[in-house]
Design a binder for this molecule. Structure first.
Ligand SMILES: Cc1cc2nc3c(=O)[nH]c(=O)nc-3n(C[C@H](O)[C@H](O)[C@H](O)COP(=O)(O)OP(=O)(O)OC[C@H]3O[C@@H](n4cnc5c(N)ncnc54)[C@H](O)[C@@H]3O)c2cc1C
Ligand SMILES: C=Cc1c2[nH]c(c1C)Cc1[nH]c(c(CCC(=O)O)c1C)Cc1[nH]c(c(C)c1CCC(=O)O)Cc1[nH]c(c(C)c1C=C)C2
Length: 532
């Protein structure tokens, strides 16, 4: 289990894509083989213009789809007329699974933490039997001082060698409360962690962890917004240990509600999950269940208000269409929400357009198993572990690499390994304009320092995807920006327009799903309040 003594942090913590030339591609990928993207849906031509709905959800990424799924399953009485609209020709948003030549890989997210929200979505979509879980013991490595070192995994918390003895002592003392108090001003992740746990924990564990979750810059990310649960520990308990104890006491006094009987058992340890045919299984299954309540190729062009209804104008394969709704959930990226609303809501426009999305490349390379350095092989002779992260100080450009073929079975031809590396991010924005060949060469060069034999043959490039705007950064001030945007909408009585999506919910897939369920309840309650 990685980062165990920081477990709370972990816990929180087809081309052309667009049907229309004016829809900006979300990611640009080049695959060595021709494939079609699973999960694609054709647009439903049957939706009439000027149709009236109770709720319209804009965006069929995981946030919009789980909101719709919950509305359809739990609130169909309050919300009988529901429509989900997606600009691209397929559902899933960032979730893109591809398969070809014996390989299966993810271009966007690679896995999720199997929280109850995720399990609920899988059960409701009828795909719980297709869940696959990674080995909870698979180590995560950090490259430090010329070696890959396992992050602590419980029993080895005192002996692991990623931190020095002094680093461990400093972290222990700080966690117990021997540290400067929480300041009034909002701290960055770097400031918070250095103050609480010391420089070593920051440099060797948390800085790479920020790459592995946000591809972000920890000097800019906000502790409160990016890792709120850990922030709350110190705030609520005076120290990290104090916060954990207070939380345990509160849980004892008010035990959690029993889990619904239809959910699969809670997975043991800190594992990650996917589906046998990849992450796209879930959005595809939800969209399938929703049937003609989902339309693709529908790009929202404008939103207006008339009386107590919202008027939405779309560019669709059948031309311009208008629909009206009592309530709208906008689950598009922050920059899209800003451009749709800024003329009427300048404060919202300024707030949302300032949320930064750095570019990230995901690079899938395959090597023969014989190319792996012998010391990286497990007792079964295969590459062992979840993956590795590379602190920015260690002379490696690639942010990190997931051992994709080790994590879940059946994703490579016999005798091969598939490594999914990430490149760029908030501290290396040059990736957006780098030729793909150059990115691949650099990743390969980096891997030969740590994982691949220096004399190994060149890798087979399975895929390179460059996300020009990959992940929203929860930088210092983020919580205030979201509040400003919501306040601006409320000031003109537009509470029926809900802002959703990962820049509000949190970037983890599980967070998006959790927020989707909450948003469904709010939308249903808004619609009910209008009806009475
Ligand atoms: C490279 C990468 C790796 C990641 N790895 C992980 C991981 O391992 N685990 C994890 O938990 N998370 C990971 N994430 C984060 C996670 O994938 C996202 O936070 C999540 O998928 C966001 O879902 P969403 O529905 O909020 O947004 P999106 O997926 O962005 O969906 C928004 C949708 O809105 C549509 N849209 C945009 N404009 C319009 C318009 N005008 N009209 C109609 N529709 C519109 C878009 O086409 C899109 O489909 C990763 C992300 C990236 C980019
Ligand atoms: C640039 C590299 C990235 C890698 N994954 C992501 C990026 C930006 C995005 C990402 N990864 C995770 C999440 C969800 C977090 C959550 O709270 O559930 C997101 C948005 C999961 C994750 N991946 C790694 C860790 C340590 C975590 C946290 C949860 C866990 O422990 O499982 C590690 C990791 N991510 C990447 C690599 C190369 C890597 C290496 C070990 C890629």
């Amino acid at each position: 289990m990685p980062f165990t003594h920081l477990k709370p942090l972990n816990r929180l913590l087809g081309s052309p894509r667009a049907r229309h030339p004016h829809v900006a591609p979300q990611a640009v990928s080049v695959t060595n083989t021709s494939t079609t993207r699973p999960g694609g849906r054709s647009s439903a031509p049957g939706i009439p213009g000027d149709a009236e709905y109770d709720v319209v959800i804009v965006g069929a990424g995981i946030s919009g789809l789980t909101t719709a799924q919950a509305l359809a399953k739990q609130y169909s009485d309050a919300v009988p007329r529901l429509l989900v609209t997606e600009a691209r020709d397929c559902v899933g948003g960032n979730i893109i699974t591809r398969r070809d030549g014996g390989y299966q890989w993810e271009e966007g997210p690679n896995s999720f933490q199997p929280s109850d929200a995720v399990l609920r979505a899988a059960v409701d979509a009828g795909v719980a039997d297709r869940l696959v879980l990674g080995d909870p013991k698979a180590p995560r490595y950090v490259y430090w001082g010329g070696r890959l070192r396992a992050t602590p995994s419980g029993p080895d918390v005192l002996t692991f060698d990623l931190l020095s003895l002094w680093g461990k002592l400093r972290a222990g003392l700080g966690a117990a409360g021997f540290k400067a108090p929480l300041p009034e001003r909002e701290e960055s992740v770097k400031e918070f962690v250095t103050r609480n746990l010391g420089e070593e924990v920051f440099q060797r564990l948390i800085e790479p962890f920020c790459s592995g979750v946000y591809a972000g810059d920890p000097a800019k990310l906000s502790m409160k917004a990016a890792f709120g649960k850990v922030y709350d520990l110190e705030k609520g308990g005076g120290s990290i240990v104090g916060g954990v104890l207070a939380l345990m006491k509160a849980r004892k006094q008010k035990p959690p509600e029993p889990r619904p009987a239809d959910l699969p058992p809670k997975p043991k340890g800190q594992t990650v999950g996917s589906f046998d045919k990849g992450l796209v299984t879930l959005p595809s299954a939800i969209a399938e269940e929703l049937g003609d309540r989902v339309v693709t190729g529908w790009k929202l062009e404008s939103i207006d208000r008339s009386g107590d209804r919202f008027q939405l104008t779309y560019d669709t394969p059948q031309g311009r269409k208008k629909v009206s709704a009592r309530s709208v959930a906008l689950t598009v990226p922050a920059y899209t929400a800003a451009s749709l609303l800024e003329s009427r809501f300048p404060k919202l426009g300024k707030a949302l357009s300032s949320i930064y999305y750095p570019p990230v490349a995901s690079v899938a390379l395959s090597y023969p198993e014989t190319a792996i350095l012998p010391e990286r092989l497990g007792s079964d002779g295969h590459l062992a572990g979840f993956g590795q992260l590379h602190p920015r100080t260690q002379g490696v450009t690639t942010l990190g690499t997931i051992y994709a073929s080790s994590l879940f079975p059946g994703r490579v031809p016999e005798g091969k390994v598939l490594l999914l590396s990430y490149f760029g991010g908030a501290t290396n924005t040059r990736v957006a304009t780098m030729p793909h060949g150059e990115i691949v060469s650099q990743v390969d060069k980096d891997l030969r320092k740590m994982l691949i034999r220096s004399d190994a043959e060149s890798p087979h490039t399975v895929n390179v995807t460059v996300w020009p705007r990959a992940i929203p950064q929860f930088n210092v001030g983020h919580t205030d920006l979201i509040q400003e945007a919501k306040d601006d909408l409320a000031s003109q009585g537009w509470q029926g327009l809900h802002l959703g999506g990962n820049y509000v919910a949190g970037v983890a897939l599980g967070k998006c799903m959790e927020a989707g369920y909450k948003q469904a309840a709010e939308l249903a309650s808004h619609v009910k309040s209008l009806a009475t």
